[in-house]
Structures are given as C-alpha cells and as structure tokens.
Write a protein that binds this ligand. Sequence first.
Ligand code: FES
Length: 89
Amino acid sequence: MHVKVAATSGSKDLFVTRISSTSVNAVSAICTHQSCTLNKFMTSSQQYGCPCHSSRFNADGSVAQGPATTALSSYTGTVTATGADFTIA
Ligand code: FES
C-alpha cells in the first residue's frame, strides 16, 4: 500500500507492508538516486523498481541494483486494534 504520511515537517511517501499479525514495515517510496517515485512492489521479483534509471530495492529498502547506492529509509510499526502506529524520525 502506498500512503502519504503527515510529519512534523512536511510529509513522507511510504510503501507499507504488513509482515505479521502484529507488525508492519514501511519504506520510503522515493528513490535515493534522484528522487523519482518508485513503482509499487513487484511480487515476482520481491523488489521495488525505479522508473527513471532502473534502480531496484529489496523489500527491506536495501539496494538490489544501482545506480542508487543508498538504501531507502525504512520504518517498523506495530499493528493495533485501531490501525498501525509508526514512529518516524
Ligand atoms: S531516480 Fe531512481 S534510479 Fe535514478
């Protein structure tokens, strides 16, 4: 799921994935190479792809293929009865 999260300074575009009944993982939806918005998660390769210069990122945000050299920011959260809570710095 691609969501925009309000933050104390601006907002963040994130991909959020539920990884268990009690936890979720989120990674930035913005490529670390030149800031293009990534395509949604590709289940066939288990990666996010960048449409601009073809970088690929693993589900945890690590770089699978350049030209990007920096991992996506990643966050973990807890699923609660009312939704999911994240702490984003
Ligand atoms: S902006 Fe994503 S690979 Fe260049």
